[in-house]
Design a protein around this ligand. Structure first.
Ligand code: ARG
Ligand code: ZN
Length: 849
């Protein structure tokens, strides 16, 4: 078991390890409950690490034997590892331990999933495999031998000798233990090949369970595209003879970038038109790219310590978003990224879990694989690129690869290459890494005699542990439009560094309309008193697609807030503006589809809270329903025409063109369903030849209350497909009426296919419950109680997934006293569970505050 008494680790306490690991030899003798791991590790004193205390991490290991230079030793064993006296110079440590992969339900270390062995070592899972200095700044060359009766035996690096029941692997690139991986099982592969820019041939494989072979082709193409893109855009070439990807059904996260052997949650790699939606395809392409890009940003250059996690994650998310932009188009990708940031990162940054992009302390590092580290971390890179320009960015990154290849680095190292390249002082910019919370940016405008000025002020509200905030560097992109819609000042970068700052534009012939924060150039909340007319103008004319979308989004939000708080009628001027866009067939259907999106319930709850109104989840739900009905009725004439325009006649392909049409078409279907009671949806459900159309139709039928037959048919058709059944479970909870959501989730936990130990299935039900805002928060608190019951149950098996899901309660303080009391109760009940994991203890404690 992990250490029960929570211990806090601080960034400021960092010291280098006292030893260098010269090389590592591992032998695995696989057996479900008694795997033997033999290690032979050559250590020498580290001239840079003065501390000669020989400590190796190790958890849940049965030590069979240990020796130093061939002489048996008796180390002192603690729950966290072992200590031992060692010689002054270099020495060879050998140990044999026994572990039990079959009973490892935490899915961390070496474990089993459907009969196959696999590993997850990031962040600190390697210590559950053998005794080792399990920290990212200890890098070494690994040679691995696997013995087991499985047809496929894989590890990192290049394949070595193999025979019946054994295989050897050698990874020539020094790496930290968190990048170690092993897979053994009865797997089949989808092969491929790639020739690198210097002409080296690389063997590619996607390994899956028999039966899944037909779902690999898309992933393989995505991998090849990623490899080519990283060569073309970043000049990075792959560095081994082979690249393996393995799909695993039981996995806590999306995927893992182990050197040469990426391990994926099967939901993040398996795809086929019949079983995957367009959104699934896009996500899979992005995750494959993300893990592949880690080969340079993460593996060749890794993190000195886990506080530097954003060094690899922020940068790699930034890189994968650039890749998706190049593959699928900039406008909608940016809109999606910003929505995602607002839905996942803003609530985190504005609640009790708020932490800096580079945290300064933690108890369990697994709790810091967050939207702040990943997505805000990526936004910080985007700002840096905007500030220095594309050319300097390219130069600085090239210097980073050059200077730090093979090293374990810090954010300081990263910023230094930018300072060295540009001569800029980035000390103020660095606050983006240390200051938590979302900055508020207020703007007011003034026009006189041809001069237009923008007066900005920035403040960041207090966050846990940080009461006083300093001004940050904000890159603010602005464009000015003339009253007839022409762009009179093209996109200009304003660099705000002070708490208050004024920028002027001169020589204008009339008062312009400003388009502010183009491309969402900084992750802030923009507060701007603009009139409805001004927003409608930007919605109609802005040349920046993000700001155009944002104008519509702001109108939608403010209209909804007025409906919620004052019972106002829907804003018809906004709807008319939107209608003009919808009718404009020259506009990309995907962009038009995103214009139809309405702010989410949780986003509206947060907006109300910020305006000093206690959100009533049912009232938010009702207002959205009212608006959707109103909109459908108002556009009744338009819908058939749009439905026709978005019909795809070519064979299914998940490319940008078709995806956009289906997205808009499905938006139209949801409106139609409000008028025809589900007739069109039933027709689409019956005739769909792909999951995107089928699932949207099913969702519409669930909304209409006409889904019984369709749900049964869907179940019968897909009951043997785990990933499709996750959708079946998830949709029923996500779309349940508020008063039925908890009941629905509970009923599904009694379904024979509810395998609660599988994280995908658990999340399908309970992630969907938490995402059903009005349902989760329905009066009486049945949703809170149900989730708490199941989190308590899951914690004993899988702390990591449990801890993540506690975030469902993070916004508890923004609701009324009754809901607050019920949520506090649920949280306290979790906190009071005997033997609660360190992961969940830390999360619940932080949320309770
Ligand atoms: N590095 C992986 C990725 O970003 C995620 C690993 C998550 N591991 C964890 N223990 N939370 O692709
Ligand atoms: Zn990553």
């Amino acid at each position: 078991m992990k250490d029960a008494a929570p211990q806090t680790i601080y960034l400021s306490d960092y010291t280098p390890y006292g030893f260098v690991v010269e090389e590592v030899h591992l032998t695995f003798r696989l057996s479900p409950t008694a795997t033997r791991v033999l290690s032979r590790i050559r250590f020498s004193p580290n001239p840079e690490g003065p501390d000669r205390d020989f400590f190796l991490h190790g958890e849940d290991l049965a030590l069979i034997s240990a020796s130093i230079d061939g002489t048996p030793v008796q180390p002192e064993i603690t729950p966290q590892g072992l200590r031992c006296d060692v010689p002054d110079g270099p020495f060879v440590w050998e140990a044999e331990v026994e572990i039990s992969p079959e009973t490892n339900t935490a899915l961390e270390g070496l474990y089993m999933s459907n009969g196959m062995y696999c590993t997850q070592c990031e962040a600190e899972g390697f210590r559950k495999i053998t005794y080792y200095p399990d920290r990212p700044d200890v890098m070494s060359v690994f040679t691995v031998r696997i013995e087991g009766p499985h047809p496929v035996l894989l590890s990192n690096g290049n394949p070595g000798a193999s025979g019946d029941g054994w295989a050897e692997w050698h990874d020539p690139w020094p790496k930290p233990a968190y990048l170690f991986a092993l897979v053994a099982g009865d797997l089949v592969n989808h092969p491929g090949q790639f020739t690198t820019m210097s002409g080296k041939k690389v063997e590619l494989n996607i390994w899956v369970r028999p039966g899944d072979e037909g779902k690999c082709a898309f992933g393989m193409e995505a991998l090849k595209k990623s490899m080519r893109w990283d060569e073309e855009v970043y000049g990075r070439e792959y560095d081994l003879d082979i690249f393996n990807i393995v799909a695993v059904d039981d996995f806590n996260m999306g995927a893992m970038e182990n050197k040469g052997l990426n391990i994926f949650n099967s939901s993040a790699v398996l795809a086929s038109p019949e079983t995957s939606t367009d959104a699934n395809f896009e996500r899979i392409e992005a995750i494959i790219a993300h893990e592949y890009f880690h080969n340079w940003t993460g593996n060749r250059i890794t993190c000195r310590d886990w506080f530097q996690l954003c060094l690899k994650e922020g940068l790699t998310v930034y890189r994968d978003s650039q890749f998706t932009t190049d593959m699928r188009g900039a406008a909608v990708k940016r809109i999606n990224d910003v929505s995602d940031l607002r839905n996942r990162q803003f609530p985190e940054d504005q609640g009790p879990l708020s932490h800096p992009v580079r945290p300064e302390s933690f108890q369990e590092i697994n709790n810091f694989y967050t939207a702040t580290v990943y997505e805000k971390g990526a936004e910080v890179i985007g700002m840096l690129k905007r500030l220095v320009g594309d050319e300097a960015y390219a130069k600085a990154v090239a210097l980073y690869f050059d200077r730090h290849d093979g090293q374990a680095c810090t954010i300081e190292d990263w910023l230094q290459v930018f300072e060295d390249t540009t001569g800029r002082d980035l000390s103020q910019f660095k606050r983006w890494y240390s200051q938590s919370g979302t900055p508020r940016l207020r703007v007011s405008e003034h026009y006189e005699d041809g001069t237009y000025s923008l007066q900005f002020s920035q403040t960041t509200p207090p966050t846990p542990g940080q009461n006083d905030k300093q001004p940050q560097v904000l890159p603010i992109e602005v464009g000015l439009l003339s009253p007839n819609g022409d762009e009179v000042v093209p996109t200009t970068l304003l660099e705000m560094t002070k708490a208050e700052q004024r920028f002027e534009f001169t020589g204008l012939s009339s008062k312009p309309v400003a388009s502010i924060l183009r491309g969402f150039s900084a992750p802030v909340v923009l507060e701007r008193d603009s009139s409805r007319e001004e927003r409608a103008f930007l919605l109609a004319h802005d040349t920046d697609p993000f700001c155009r979308w944002e104008a519509g989004n702001a109108l939608a939000r403010d209209g909804l807030l007025a409906m919620i708080t004052d019972g106002a009628a829907p804003d018809t001027a906004w709807l008319d503006g939107l209608e003009t866009l919808l009718r404009d067939s020259a506009l990309d259907p995907d962009f038009r589809a995103s214009m139809l999106d309405l702010p989410g319930q949780s986003e509206l709850a947060q907006a109300l809270h910020e305006r000093g109104v206690t959100p009533d989840p049912q009232a938010i739900y009702d207002a959205l329903e009212r608006l959707k009905m109103f909109r459908a009725e108002r556009w009744a004439d338009l819908l058939p025409q749009l439905a026709k325009e978005t019909r795809v006649t070519e064979p299914y392909a998940p490319d940008a063109d078709q995806v956009g049409k289906r997205a808009l078409g499905n938006g139209v279907l949801h409106m139609l369903t409000r008028l025809d009671g589900g007739a069109a949806a039933q027709k689409q459900f019956d005739s769909a030849d792909n999951m995107t159309l089928q699932l949207a139709a099913l969702a519409a039928l669930i909304w209409a209350g006409e889904a019984d037959a369709a749900l049964r048919a869907f179940h019968d058709r897909w009951q043997h497909d785990r990933l499709v059944m996750d959708k079946w479970f998830g949709l029923q909870v996500a779309l349940a009426r508020p008063d039925r959501a908890a009941e629905q989730a509970k009923a599904l936990t009694e379904h024979p296919k509810f395998d609660w130990k599988n994280p995908n299935r658990f999340r399908a039900v309970f992630g969907s419950l938490a995402a059903n805002h009005a349902g989760f928060h329905y009066e009486g608190g049945a949703g809170y109680d149900l989730l708490a019951d199941w989190l308590i149950r899951l914690d004993a098996k899988n702390p990591q997934t449990t801890a993540r899901m506690c975030a469902a309660f993070q916004a508890w303080r923004r609701y009324d006293d009754g809901r607050q009391a019920r949520m506090r109760n649920a949280l306290q009940r979790i906190a009071g569970t005997p033997a609660l994991s360190r992961d969940t203890t830390e999360m619940v404690t932080r949320i309770l505050g």
